[in-house]
Design a protein around this ligand. Structure first.
Ligand code: FES
Length: 573
């Protein structure tokens, strides 16, 4: 345990049973890095650097971290950068979510174990910001979240391209035979062309807006493009803010509160943000004992308008959102719905910030609250006998003509089964059927991948079918769209009702009633339940992190955190 009276290098000494020896030894080793004695007396701001050669979104971190260091020095602190693991979304197998908790543990433990008085967390790609916020919440040291910022868009012929809604759009065209191999090859090289996170309101941008709304990032920083000079100024300001917090500490537990979490949910709904963010915000809040109920999400969703016209729901890209006013403009429109007495790492309240920030707004991209894009929020939780603990539908990215519908189930029992059969010309499926994917939840071997966006079978996509009802215990990329029911809990791998669905069963979806029902009588379901066999390799036959994950990961409605990472009073410990 660190002693809060101690500061800088004298914090949290290595224990040799002789405090003075520990100080002497640490100073001696720190001196070997070329620091003067004067510098070594300074308070320390750690900089958690998630740069990696396997993370294209963090390509610019060396320059960004230099800016953070400048800010720390301006504030009278000593900046010391340290590495944590990084999670490059598309470089991880089976899926990046599986390693979010590992990164959160790395962040928490290194923030706690190393001698720093405050920390700047530098992340961006989808799972990195949730992991850093989770770690910071548990370590509860003054912390500022600095995000990577979004990529700029590119061009293919006359079309503007941005990762990764357009990745999916063009892949859909390729599958449907509308473009050829040469064209898809050209597009592949033009989708992601600068440093930064995906260029649409995907998970990374959603989490950036959430972090700013929570108060963990400095006001105005969520949407600045990665390559814009303002991003470097945001880095400098974040370093300075962290240095200031050494003398006036503001801890994550003061910033992430029930009220700020509710504000963050409003932001998520108003921006038509990623479904993944529900899982991440639940996990972040859960680290401080704050529970997010899906029933409350529905109440907020019914009273929060969708304001932001960005892909994948709308037309525009993150750079347009930045120039249109960014998260601050959305917060100003939402002001009557927000708790204004929440604290930010700038040392002001959200209310202060909105008073001071008259800012320009481009209403072509960020609507006025009185003339929203949609009167209700982008996400809705569904309940019913198919999802007793809830499921999520991103209604703002779905086809409303499919919202009140009954269909015949076409079941895929695993991702492998899906891959093997989805394009089989003999697959018995029509556009009115409901595609069901089982065993892709958090405890499955696949670790809840972004596979909920089941591909439309080729035999249907080639006839122009663009959307169908798809149901699974998996997740969906924040950049995807479609009538897709996700995060069904409990999942099939633990014997949840999703595991009991058979080909030909009838399922009823009602977005109006917020329900998803399997229309099979209870006696038949009881018979199927009695016959159910788990398909997973049992945890005791797994090893290492894979085993830890299988044994301790919680369901989607609890944020897929590990049970032992919850606060002690949550687990009875
Ligand atoms: Fe990093 Fe999309 S791949 S944010």
């Amino acid at each position: 345990m660190s002693d809060d009276k101690d500061q800088g290098l004298a914090r949290g000494l290595t224990n040799y049973g002789d405090r003075d020896f520990s100080v002497y030894l640490r100073n001696s080793f720190a001196s070997s890095m070329g620091y003067s004695k004067e510098v070594l007396k300074k308070p320390i701001v750690g900089i958690a650097n998630s740069f990696s050669g396997f993370n294209n979104c963090h390509r610019h971190f060396p320059e960004l971290i230099d800016a953070v260091k400048r800010g720390v020095l301006l504030g009278g602190g000593l900046p010391i950068e340290f590495p944590t693991i990084s999670l490059g979304e598309v470089f991880l197998n089976p899926t990046s979510l599986k390693f979010r908790n590992l990164m959160s543990m790395d962040t928490e433990e290194m923030v706690r174990a190393q001698p720093m008085d405050a920390v700047v967390l530098v992340g961006g790609c989808d799972k990195t910001v949730p992991a850093q916020l989770m770690g910071a919440a548990s370590a509860d040291l003054p912390a500022v979240q600095l995000v990577a910022g979004p990529m700029m868009t590119s061009r293919y012929q006359e079309e503007r391209l941005g990762a990764c809604t357009d990745c999916r759009r063009f892949w859909g065209k390729f599958r449907a035979g509308e473009i050829d191999k040469t064209q898809i090859g050209d597009i592949e090289g033009r989708l992601a062309t600068t440093a930064g996170t995906c260029a649409v309101m995907g998970t990374a941008s959603t989490m950036a807006c959430i972090s700013e709304t929570l108060g963990m990032s400095l006001p105005g920083t969520a949407a600045i493009p990665a390559v814009h000079a303002d991003r470097l100024r945001a880095g400098e300001a974040s370093g300075l803010a962290a240095a200031r917090m050494i003398h006036s500490p503001i801890r994550p537990s003061q910033v992430i509160t029930e009220k700020s979490v509710e504000n963050a949910l409003r932001m998520l709904l108003a921006i038509g943000g990623s479904t993944n963010a529900i899982i991440h915000l639940t996990a972040v809040a859960g680290r401080l004992g704050i529970k997010i109920s899906l029933e409350r999400l529905n109440e907020l969703s019914d009273t929060t308008p969708v304001l932001v016209n960005l892909k994948p729901v709308g037309q525009h890209y993150m750079e347009d959102f930045f120039f249109a006013g960014g998260a601050g403009a959305v917060l100003r429109e939402l002001k009557p719905l927000l708790h204004l007495d929440t604290l930010t790492v700038a040392g002001t309240t959200l209310g202060d910030r909105l008073e001071e920030d008259p800012g320009y707004v481009d209403h072509r991209i960020i609507s006025k609250a009185e003339a929203p894009l949609e009167p209700q929020g982008g996400l809705v939780a569904l309940f019913g006998n198919l999802a007793p603990r809830g499921a999520i539908l991103k209604r703002s990215a779905a086809d409303p003509t499919l919202f009140e519908k009954e269909g015949r189930a076409v079941v895929f029992t695993s991702l492998e089964d899906l891959a093997a059969r989805v394009d089989d010309p003999d697959l018995d499926i029509t556009k009115d059927d409901f595609m069901v994917l089982q065993n892709a939840g958090p405890k499955s071997a696949s670790g809840m991948p972004e596979a909920g966006y089941l591909p439309i079978p080729k035999k249907l996509s080639s006839t122009g079918v663009k959307d169908m009802v798809r149901i699974s215990d998996a997740r969906m990329s924040g950049t995807a769209f479609g009538t897709i029911v996700l995060h069904v809990a409990p999942e099939a791998s633990v014997g949840g009702p999703l595991a009991l669905v058979r080909d030909g069963d009838r399922i009823r979806l009602s977005v109006a009633n917020k329900s998803i029902e399997l229309l099979v009588d209870e006696d038949e379901l009881a018979r199927r339940r009695a016959d159910w066999q788990p398909v997973n390799v049992p945890p005791e036959a797994r090893r290492g992190y894979d085993r830890l994950y299988a044994e301790t990961v919680l369901q989607a409605d609890a944020g897929c955190d590990f049970d032992f990472l919850q606060p002690l009073d949550e687990t009875g410990g």
